[in-house]
Ligand binder design. Structure first.
Ligand SMILES: Nc1ncnc2c1ncn2[C@@H]1O[C@H](COP(=O)(O)OP(=O)(O)OP(=O)(O)O)[C@@H](O)[C@H]1O
Length: 348
């Protein structure tokens, strides 16, 4: 039996905006999402802000009803049998909500164990097991207010696992966590999956997804744009080279100019303080594009320019750019991702 089945899931939000005369606006957050997750699989949902990841997770974990479509968790329909679904799932979201700061980690876990109906006999053993799993043994009597973000996140995971769920939803667990703590967190998640828990993870950190996930679905604009192993997603951009340019003060107009250079397949920019890193994907062996690309950035101060092999992040950017039509090569609704895309079923 499959752990998760999402079939043509849709969700439209209706809200009222404007004053004094309010208007009804509808947002199609999820527009027909279909995927399957096998038991014990670590499945990643990636996508830009507003792509529909959280909405999808909320439908799978019974916090939101789908507008249409169906979803099942270990065979239980999320709309018709939410109680059975809830018994089998845990939900952990990034950020600061959901723990009692004034209580110790131990008391937090005791409190939630009561709330989740974990039997008195099982409680002590389960809490000890979980403190061990998330690496908080020795710190459990300290108040949570003194915990670092990474420790809080690990405590969140322990909380989400108290009732032995078969599926754990992890929504951006490493948000705001420093690199060393994030590495520990990844180890915890990997251990969990190795022990048989099915994990559905959303993250904005590509290296994390690459390291952890068995398979990944890239969502943009409420639709699945590509689905496959990290390796198969990377193979979408195998025929590309990546140029990384350090620059100061690149604006949207210049980025568009770079995008229009013939032979350029994708462009993105990331701010690091005053410095920006502009990533340009080109066809393989297109070293003669360096000149035209740098010319398109005319007027900005350029630092180091390097060429490298494509990564999962590059594949992700290519998929999302193609889906949102930013690369200019498509107009929007790309089913299946770049160049026909990848789509792999689970071998359940
Ligand atoms: N309660 C709501 N009412 C109206 N619109 C909403 C609501 N929640 C989300 N949306 C909209 O639905 C779309 C999808 O949002 P969602 O939170 O699912 O995206 P996401 O992929 O999780 O994004 P992020 O990475 O920023 O968390 C967005 O356009 C968002 O503005």
């Amino acid at each position: 039996m499959l752990a998760i089945e999402a079939d043509a899931l849709r969700r439209t939000y209706t809200s009222r905006t404007g004053w004094p005369r309010s208007r009804r606006t509808e947002t199609e957050a999820v527009r027909g999402v279909t995927f399957e997750v096998a038991p014990g699989e670590l499945f990643g949902l990636l996508g830009p802000n507003g792509a529909g990841k959280t909405t999808t997770i909320k439908m799978l974990n019974t916090l939101l009803l789908p507008t249409s479509g169906t979803a099942r968790v270990f065979g239980h329909d999320v709309a018709r049998d939410p109680v059975a679904v809830r018994r089998r799932i845990g939900y952990v979201f990034g950020g600061d909500r959901g723990l009692y700061d004034r209580l110790s980690a131990l008391d937090n876990l005791r409190y939630f164990a009561e709330l989740y109906g974990v039997g008195a006999r099982d409680q002590k053993r389960r809490i000890a097991e979980l403190l061990d799993l998330v690496g908080l043994v020795g710190r459990e009597k300290e108040r949570v207010e003194g915990y670092s973000r990474g420790m809080r996140q690990r405590l969140h995971i322990a909380r989400g696992l108290l009732h032995h769920p078969d599926v754990l939803f992890l929504d951006e667990p490493s948000i705001g966590v420093d690199p060393v703590a994030a590495r520990d967190l990844r180890r915890t998640v990997a251990d969990l999956a190795a022990a048989g828990t099915t994990v559905l993870l959303t993250t904005h950190y590509m290296a994390e997804a690459d390291e952890l996930c068995d398979r990944i679905a890239v969502i943009a604009g409420g639709r699945v744009r590509a689905l496959g192993t990290p390796g198969s997603l990377k193979s979408l951009v195998r025929e590309r080279d990546v140029l990384e340019i350090e620059a100061y003060g690149v604006d949207a107009e210049r980025l568009d100019r770079v995008r229009r250079v013939p032979g350029v397949r994708g462009v993105s920019a990331e701010d690091r303080g005053a410095l920006q890193t502009v990533t340009v994907q080109t066809g393989r062996g297109a070293s003669d594009l360096h000149g035209p690309v740098l010319a398109a950035l005319d007027g900005v101060r350029i630092g180091r320019v390097t060429s490298r092999e494509p990564s999962l992040e590059d594949a992700y950017i290519a998929i999302v750019e193609e889906a949102t039509g930013k690369s200019g090569s498509t107009s929007g609704d790309v089913h299946g991702g770049v160049h026909g895309g990848v789509s792999e079923g689970v071998s359940a």
